[in-house]
Design a binder for this molecule. Structure first.
Ligand code: NAI
Length: 287
């Protein structure tokens, strides 16, 4: 498998990290969003991250210029139709994603692999939006946040995905020093199923919007539990809106089992537009 031309759709938290990572693997990357402002913001943030690496002498001037040359930001109708791989990383909304996939199926060459970075929607369900031929080249590729650092990538085979394609993707990621895992197309895949309780239980322990308690729970899990981040810090990094959508979709998929139930505070925060780090306010406040 030779992945050279990549299109990433959605230039938010995940899309910009995924685009940055693929560029760092010397792929040519077109990053797409329906908001021009978001595209500018994502490009500036990726450039600034590379410039910091250059200042710390972790990359050379040549590498810096090469990466800047490989990454471009565009609207969908401006991208080349012959991409090897498209990765969808737009908001976690099934109907919006499905309507995008129907467009992508018609837009890209038959050989292009179309993938989704969804955290929770069944890949088989989303593949209903594409033609039977494309279904063989439609797959889940679930990256973790921040995508440039986290090694795990879940490769999810939908009912009609070509098994050989999943294996080739697995091998390709492994050759690029990611840690791929082949996952069943089940709600929340592997990590987001296991992790539901890492968010749900601390919310139930804190009970209300009490920053002092949240700080205490975060520091216990970090310092005593040995986790890299506490649950409230992590939810702020993920995005409260995204995490809430994922919680609801896994809960529904498991027939609303109480152990997966969303907490009222999650909905309240989404209504208040407290989305976490990306909106400067979530459980905590950021500069
Ligand atoms: P985000 O809210 O940070 O970014 C979403 C971006 O998609 C925004 O820039 C928005 O303008 C753009 N967008 C929305 N509709 C669009 C459309 N029709 N066409 C083009 N662009 C569109 O969301 P985030 O956190 O990056 O999540 C994206 C996907 O990745 C979701 O499916 C989420 O479940 C998944 N994911 C999120 C993780 C996280 O930690 N935030 C981790 C792993 C997966």
């Amino acid at each position: 498998m030779n992945l050279q031309k990549i299109v990433v759709i959605g230039a938010g938290t995940m899309g910009s990290g995924i685009a940055q990572w693929f560029t760092q693997q010397s792929c040519s990357v077109e990053l797409v969003d329906n908001s021009g402002e978001q595209l500018k913001k994502a490009l500036a943030s990726i450039h600034s991250s590379w410039e910091k690496l250059f200042e710390k002498k972790k990359i050379t001037q040549e590498e810096l210029s090469k990466m800047k040359g490989l990454l471009s930001v565009k609207m969908l109708d401006q991208v080349a139709r012959d991409a090897d791989l498209v990765i969808e990383a737009i908001i976690e909304n099934l109907e919006i994603k499905k309507s995008l996939f129907t467009n992508l199926d018609q837009f890209f060459n038959p050989k292009t692999i179309i993938s989704s970075n969804t955290s929770s929607f069944p890949i088989t369900l989303m593949s209903e939006a594409v033609s039977d031929e494309r279904k063989k080249r439609f797959v889940g590729l679930h990256f973790f946040n921040p995508a440039t650092i986290m090694k795990l990538v879940e490769v999810i085979k939908a009912e009609q995905t070509d098994a050989g394609l999943c294996k080739d993707l697995y091998n390709w990621f492994e050759s690029k020093e990611k840690k791929p895992a082949l996952s069943k197309d089940s709600p929340g895949f592997i990590v987001n199923r296991v992790a539901r309780n890492f968010y749900g239980e601390p919310l139930r322990i804190a009970g209300t919007d009490d920053e002092k308690k949240m700080k205490e729970i975060d520091s216990i899990l970090r310092e005593v539990g040995g986790f890299k981040m506490g649950p409230f810090e992590l939810m702020d990094l993920i995005g409260i809106d995204i995490n809430y959508s994922v919680t609801c979709s896994v809960w529904d998929a498991y027939n609303q089992e109480p152990r997966f139930a969303p907490h009222a505070l999650q909905k309240q925060m989404v209504d208040e537009k407290r989305f976490g780090r990306k909106s400067k306010r979530g459980f905590y406040t950021y500069d």
